[in-house]
Design a protein around this ligand. Structure first.
Ligand code: C5P
Length: 236
């Protein structure tokens, strides 16, 4: 019998017969402001599970170690059980969101080199920015672990840039999370979907991600469905 282990903002985690494997169920709901705003969104779970499964399959094939095992059904997938590092790892190729606000830059200013940032995962504290020495002081990760995550996230950024470019989509920025698998390896976990990436149409710059929900600028599922159908056409 599968038991609910944890319910996050967009997913539920269940036990399986194997103690090292977790079943992830994607929910039909969207949140913003760190969960303070929550609304049902029909089909979002199914579309996000398919986008995430396609992306993680691609990353696994490209030699990135991830928690992803396989897609089980339209809304569910199997992943390795992970002990997550309490960090959000953000990469930015263009200015948007909190970077644009903080430094008052032009929207979609292109960076010569991708920008990488860490945030401390805490809903209570609203995920504050954290630097390397703060991470070490709080014993969240060692210098070696930080450099592994940095190396991996830049490789992931290159691979995702290539994948999305083929689909006519520009990857503005994204967030990933790492954790330790049952063998103690530090690998990519969590989710990569339009909930955790900024994606714009390469030609029109129309927003295809959760910013549409955050800013109330239209039907958020239109962009998510565009991302899925274009990625499916790309990997065929
Ligand atoms: O808000 P900000 O510009 O810092 O977000 C950078 C990237 O990280 C965006 O793609 C956003 O969707 C993602 N993010 C996330 N979860 C958070 C904060 C940011 O997925 N809690």
């Amino acid at each position: 019998m599968a038991t609910l282990i944890n319910e996050g903002k967009a997913k539920q985690l269940f036990t399986t017969d194997d103690p090292n494997i977790i079943q992830v169920h994607y929910l039909n709901q969207a949140t913003a402001l760190n969960g303070k705003r929550k609304e049902p969104v029909a089909d979002k779970g199914v579309v996000n599970n398919q986008i995430d499964s396609l992306i993680f399959n691609y990353l696994n094939q490209q030699g990135i170690a991830t928690h992803f095992i396989k897609q089980l059904s339209p809304s569910d997938q199997l992943v390795k059980k992970m002990k997550m590092v309490r960090l959000e790892v953000v990469v930015r190729n263009y200015a948007s969101g909190s970077f644009q606000r903080k430094f008052d830059t032009e929207y979609l200013l292109k960076f010569d080199e991708p920008v990488q940032e860490f945030y401390y995962k805490s809903d209570r504290l609203d995920d504050p920015f954290i630097n390397d020495s703060q991470i070490h002081a709080l014993q969240i990760a060692t210098p070696e672990q930080l450099s592994t995550m940095r190396d991996q996230v830049f490789k992931i950024n290159q691979l995702l840039n290539q994948l999305f470019a083929k689909a006519g989509i520009t990857l503005v920025d994204f967030k990933v999370e790492f954790g330790f698998d049952p063998d103690g390896n530090l690998i990519l976990g969590d989710e990569i979907s339009p909930d955790s990436c900024r994606l714009v149409d390469s030609q029109t710059h129309a927003s295809l991600d959760k910013d549409v929900f955050r800013k109330h600028t239209g039907n958020v599922m239109d962009g998510y469905r565009t991302v899925l159908s274009r990625l499916e056409a790309t990997v065929k």
